[in-house]
Design a binder for this molecule. Sequence first.
Ligand code: IMP
Length: 189
Amino acid sequence: MELVFASSNEHKVNEIRAIAGSAINLKSLNDIACFDDIPETGSTFEENAGQKSRYIFERYHCDCFADDSGLEIDALNGEPGVYSARYSGSRDFEQNMQLVLDRLEGKNNRTARFRTVISLILNGKEYLFEGSIEGKITLQRSGSKGFGYDPIFQPDGYELSFAEMDPAEKNRISHRAIAVAKLINFLNQ
Ligand code: IMP
């Protein structure tokens, strides 16, 4: 089957291609020559993922899916959440991590989770898939792998931050991996 992933991030597209295998012909936005800046104005991951998948479905009338992810910190009432990419006002990972560490200073509760929501549109009907991984925000950065908030996120059951882990290990347990596995499982049924 052919499926469009509403993302121009070739790294993400290839990651999902590898998991999905040959049964799914996965196309990126570049593959369908869509270079639009797709609006993402929702206040939840579900809304944003749905906004992106519907944008593609309404214009290209194809089966497609979109994802939205971020970090939710309990002591900050779920922030940065949908604002994860630009929490400090900039896309700079260092500034965004620093703001999180500053806002958590003096707080004992450092529990957090990464969450991904995927919105799939298949034959015009929407299906949602979710993946999350629980953990805590460390007191300082450690590790240099990965991206985003990886240096300050330690998943439950591990002594390492996401940025200290082997990428293959992170990709096995991550919020995105869990959501993608649910999507693939659904498509294979
Ligand atoms: P996206 O929706 O997957 O593009 O993620 C939005 C933002 O959430 C990213 O820019 C990161 O700041 C953060 N984020 C999402 N997934 C991860 C992850 O696996 N590690 C670290 N940060 C992440």
